[in-house]
Ligand binder design. Structure first.
Ligand code: AMP
Ligand code: GLY
Length: 435
């Protein structure tokens, strides 16, 4: 079986490792925008090119690819899965229409409302120019999150309190409504967690819950980032969760996949649900149509089931016949990022990895590139270090120790996975439950 991986970040490196671990002897190919050394060394062949239709399609045909794994979301919006499937190549990664669950936040919310999917916060959608009614909605909802619906050239989700006050929210909405549409929704307060699942369009195979850390510095200080690191516990739940929280997340994701099939066709790929545990139950923050980065690094290394068997089961819609299992171990992932990230990161600076110094930690290359045998930063998250052990505390020690083998002008959050931070999450969740 020839498998093509699209994408060249940390998420794709951990996927590449899962393919390489398969006992089905798959051949791995990749299309990536820069040479990720971790992926490159696992591939039979790779192409450095745009991770998009115009380069992926001819390469997949040339190499007679049997199955494609699409790491990032952007190519999904340009119908990469549709086009590959039209050529007879099944994909892990949904077609363009079902991928709207991530790509169009207005579509995602109205879809949830239409199908009565639980956990949908109060929201309203406004189109270009509807500024006065949008301002009235902000006054009515009071505390809001504001989400541009489409591609926004760097302007993203902004949340009151974090980014602005009521007046600032109105200014941001006015700015967005000059050119596009916007979702204004209830600002959800609570503890965030992520659940990821494989989907064959009907059946979901769920991974353990993970918690990411978006802020750049220790103690959840500083600007938001792509995610500085994440942890999971030995089993499906995080320490602050109850079984019913995970069950609610699963139910919501299952309903979502069934309803998407009815509306726009089968959702084949990864469904990533981001949830908020609130004082009034589990709410959906958003869905993504791909693995999370770093959350992929927590769950994929734990897969006991052969990754290639999962891909086959998705292709022929037989996931219900496959028991997808994960090791019952805790994981802690910490990202080494360029100094100054995310605001003024050092770019093109050398990263040295001393394999002997990384101990038992797993190392995944993310936004780095290799040139003449040397690894350099790009300005985005550079190297993910993962510890796996029976407890979160032990996994944290392995990840921290592993970081001492990574050298460069880099920054790490030291608190992720520590008992102090995990306890704080547990106390916060207890207070949300009124305990
Ligand atoms: P992004 O990954 O850019 O879509 O940003 C998503 C982030 O915005 C999430 O991780 C949440 O922290 C935050 N967010 C999104 N929607 C809400 C909401 N309704 N209430 C509170 N925070 C939200
Ligand atoms: N870690 C958040 C994401 O991948 O969207």
């Amino acid at each position: 079986m020839k498998i093509l991986l699209v994408g060249g970040g940390g998420r794709e490196h951990v996927i590449a490792e899962a393919v390489a671990r398969s006992t089905r002897n798959p051949e791995l190919y990749a299309v990536m925008s820069r040479k990720n050394p971790g992926i490159a060394r696992l591939c039979k062949d790779f192409l450095i090119a745009n991770e998009d239709v115009e380069s992926v399609l001819p390469y997949a045909e040339l190499k007679k690819i049997d199955f494609a794994v699409i790491g990032p979301e952007a190519p999904l919006g340009r119908s990469l899965a549709d086009k590959l499937e039209e050529k007879g190549i099944p994909c892990l990664g949904p077609r363009c229409a079902p991928a709207q669950i991530e790509l169009d936040k207005a579509w995602a919310r109205t879809f949830m409302r239409r199908h009565n999917i639980e956990g949908c916060p109060a929201f309203e959608v406004f189109d270009r120019g509807e500024t006065a009614s949008a301002h009235a909605a902000i006054d009515e909802l009071g505390d809001v999150a504001i989400k541009p619906t489409g591609l926004t050239g760097g302007k993203g989700v902004k949340v009151m309190g974090d980014h602005f006050d009521l007046e600032g929210a109105k200014e941001y909405v006015s700015e967005l409504l000059d050119t596009g549409s916007v979702v204004i929704e209830e600002n959800l307060k609570g503890e965030e967690f992520t659940v990821q699942a494989f989907s064959d369009g009907e059946t979901l195979a769920f991974a353990p819950a993970v918690q990411d850390h978006k802020r750049a510095y220790d103690g959840d200080k500083g600007p938001n980032t792509g995610g500085m690191g994440s942890y999971s516990d030995a089993g499906d739940l995080l320490p602050f969760m109850r079984g019913e929280d995970y069950e609610a997340a699963k139910r919501i994701m299952q309903d979502t996949v069934r309803s998407i099939k009815k509306d726009v066709g089968a959702y084949k790929g990864i469904l990533y649900g981001q949830f908020m545990l609130t004082a009034t139950g589990i709410k959906v923050i958003e869905f993504n149509a791909r693995f999370g980065d770093p959350e992929a690094m927590n769950v994929i290394p734990l897969l006991k089931t052969d990754f290639v068997d999962i891909l086959s089961a998705i292709a022929d819609e037989s996931l219900s016949n496959l028991n997808v299992e994960f090791e019952r171990l805790a994981t802690v992932c910490k990202y080494a990022v360029p100094a100054g990230y995310p605001e003024s990161p050092t770019k093109d600076s050398i990263v040295d990895i001393d394999d002997a110094g990384t101990g038992n930690a797993l190392i995944f290359y993310s936004s780095v590139y290799e040139k003449d045998g040397q690894v350099y930063t790009t300005g985005s998250r550079a190297i993910a270090v993962v510890g796996i052990a029976p407890t979160i505390a032990e996994a944290e020690k392995i990840a921290s120790a592993g970081l001492s083998g990574i050298r460069g002008d880099l920054h790490v959050r030291s608190d992720i996975g520590t008992a102090a931070l995990v306890d704080q999450r547990v106390r916060h969740a207890a207070s949300l439950r009124g305990l």
